[in-house]
Design a binder for this molecule. Sequence first.
Ligand SMILES: NC(=O)c1ccc[n+]([C@@H]2O[C@H](COP(=O)([O-])OP(=O)(O)OC[C@H]3O[C@@H](n4cnc5c(N)ncnc54)[C@H](OP(=O)(O)O)[C@@H]3O)[C@@H](O)[C@H]2O)c1
Length: 295
Amino acid sequence: MKNTVLVMGVTGQLGKLVAASLQQYSSVKIRVTSRRKNELEQLQKEYGESVFLDLDDPRTFSQALKDVDSIFFLTGYTVDMLVQSKAIVDAAKREGVKHLVHLGVFSPDPDCYDAHFAWHQMIEAYVKVSGINYTNLHPNCFLQNFTGFYQMIKDGKARFYAGGKPAGWIALEDVGEAAAKILAEGDKHYGKDYWFSTEVATLAELVNAFNEVTGKSLIADDRAPGQFLKDIAPDGNNIDPYFRGVADSFEQIYDGRMAYIGTVRDDVPVLLGRPGMSIRQWATLHKDELIALSS
Ligand SMILES: NC(=O)c1ccc[n+]([C@@H]2O[C@H](COP(=O)([O-])OP(=O)(O)OC[C@H]3O[C@@H](n4cnc5c(N)ncnc54)[C@H](OP(=O)(O)O)[C@@H]3O)[C@@H](O)[C@H]2O)c1
């Protein structure tokens, strides 16, 4: 009998890569979730099963979780992640889910008080006491931040807010493939934490690699941490507390409290038997997008 794996976030950056990678495992029945009712039919055609699930409405959980064995457990960029995560863990326990694969952040130091990192750590602690088998994924900065919703490339400039300090980078393709393997293989990954930080680079080094691949002349615009919130919300309004956490992490990378963000720690070889994708390899894969954004 096939294992039913519920994949959250399939309309977003990582969930879609997880679901796509899971399709190679014949032992798995994929069920994807979305709040977008008008996309459910198409998602069903693509992945097999699709269900409506709104993390802000626990009344939608029972039906979505019926007969589910494992969950790829992802929340979005909002402080609501806290209550959303508690609610889904409670429901998973009630419905007899066997394995939660949680997407967290690169948090090797438990003594951490940047808000969004601390929230992920508290969610992981809640999962642990729930008694459900778990695996925690800890990716460092997504390379997709440059091509995806964060829009870190604008007007021919790539922006980062660590004031020139280095960070660790990861290709989401690797996290997606690794997460799918963990979900498909199940019990050998119970209770484990996996780290995804393949290559360390400053913004200037990243942009050099992008330009070598694209032949364009993107400029590295290293900004001070304090500029981040001003750039994403110039009027200072409607800033989700999650992004105040992101601003805080830039501050702490800059002053050294979170210097570990600039370290390599890579379980891609452990999980997939090959090296993680380098920045240059990732840029080659995303060359067309980078050219369009650099122009
Ligand atoms: N950016 C980074 O560098 C970085 C690094 C480490 C970790 N992370 C973590 O990555 C996660 C975000 O991943 P991502 O970039 O793939 O996200 P994303 O592209 O923003 O996609 C978010 C997904 O979550 C779903 N979603 C949002 N709110 C929901 C709700 N109320 N109920 C049900 N589904 C909901 C959306 O689905 P529908 O709209 O279809 O419902 C969407 O598919 C966060 O937990 C973040 O902390 C990010």
